[in-house]
Design a protein around this ligand. Structure first.
Ligand SMILES: [Zn+2]
Length: 375
């Protein structure tokens, strides 16, 4: 075959036939990963080809070449194989490792122990270096220090907290503490430390960051800007971010669950957006748009007391860092087109459709309207 034959053939052969896809599905063929997704008509759920769930009959499936297409066709992401997180979610061995870390936060894992978990130490080193820019031990230490700091702020004496979090000597604890938080241990109560958590949603995983004042950030993790946003937040607040949980993070996790299940579209988690006075004013107005409704940029500018400042209002809208809870997705162009959305237009469309459908149930709508008044 000549080169040009190959070129002509390729687009055809890269799109497998339906029967090829069904065969691959039955085999749970990893080659199908990322190539196609399968919607199961009887359950309304869509999966990756390698999903461990029982395989549906041929007449009950529909194939899609992207997860978005499956969502647009009305399918929900499978909870088992998480088709929206393909390639983004930490691999299975990392999840296993992090579970072991959670179970024994004060423990120092040796190479031999990693091997006994069936995990190669070199793999661990390169993964954490690439993903978090630190070694696995540094990651564990950051987590333990975050916990230690929380205890100190709750009033535990530092000399008792150190050993409890697995620091052998008081001086080792002091050094590690001031290196990470940039403040000596004696000032532990003043150090600002934000907790970051990973929250799975039907539209893909989100990163949530909250401090004592409330939720500062909620973003889809596949957004290219998310790392820059975290850095900007840290600088702006002069804070350190460590993996962990707090009351605001647990609260928003629960509310997102209710939101996506259509049980309630209202967020009561305390929000602490970081921005200029003008941005804060725009974001306050956003929270007054009821679920199931939309506003144009001009209407939003009016409401924020900046008649005609559509551009600036549009920018402030786009600068929102607390997705969904501050509903910047409810602002669309005057002609009804979606305009833009940081998390991707397909998500904006999905959120608006979901809110309209959930709000249509009249009783819910009445209840939400009454309670969505903001501070
Ligand atoms: Zn599945």
């Amino acid at each position: 075959m000549y080169a040009w034959d190959m070129m002509i053939m390729q687009p055809v052969s890269s799109r497998p036939s339906e029967s090829e896809m069904y065969e691959a599905l039955l085999r749970r063929d990893p080659q199908g990963e990322g190539v196609f997704f399968v919607g199961v008509k009887t359950t309304g759920v869509f999966c990756r080809p390698t999903c461990s769930a029982r395989k549906p009959r041929r007449e009950n499936v529909e194939f899609f070449l992207s997860a978005r297409d499956a969502l647009h066709a009305g399918y929900r992401a499978c909870r088992r194989c998480r088709p929206l997180d393909a390639g983004r979610r930490p691999p299975e061995w990392v999840q296993r490792l992090l579970q072991s870390v959670d179970a024994r936060p004060d423990h120092r894992f040796t190479d031999a122990q990693l091997r006994s978990l069936d995990i190669a130490p070199t793999r661990v080193r390169s993964y954490f270096k690439e993903k978090y820019g630190m070694t696995f031990h540094a990651y564990c230490r950051a987590r333990r220090l975050g916990e230690a700091l929380n205890e100190i702020r709750r009033g535990s004496p530092a000399e008792r907290v150190g050993p409890r979090q697995g620091f052998e000597s008081p001086s080792g604890f002091r050094d590690a503490f001031s290196r990470l938080f940039g403040a000596p241990l004696g000032r532990g109560r003043d150090v600002r430390c934000l907790a970051a958590d990973w929250i799975d949603t039907p539209l893909g995983a989100m990163l949530a960051i909250a401090g004592d004042e409330g939720l500062h950030l909620l973003e889809f993790v596949d957004r290219r800007a998310v790392e820059k946003q975290v850095t900007a937040l840290r600088r702006r607040l002069g804070a350190t971010v460590v993996p962990g949980v707090n009351e605001h993070l647990s609260s928003v996790r629960g509310e997102l669950e209710n939101y996506f299940a259509g049980r309630s579209l209202v967020f009561r988690t305390r929000l602490a957006p970081v921005g200029s006075e003008f941005q804060l004013a725009v974001w306050r107005e956003l929270r007054r748009i009821a679920p199931g409704e939309t506003r144009s940029y001009a209407e939003l500018a009016d409401a924020a007391g900046r008649r005609g400042a559509c551009r600036a209002v549009g920018r402030a809208n786009g600068d929102n860092r607390i997705a969904i809870a501050i509903p910047c997705h409810r602002v669309i162009a005057a002609d009804g087109t979606l305009c833009g959305y940081g998390g991707g237009l397909w998500r904006k469309q999905w959120l608006l459709d979901h809110e309209r459908a959930s709000a249509r149930s009249a009783s819910l709508l009445v209840r939400e309207r009454r309670t969505s008044a903001v501070e």
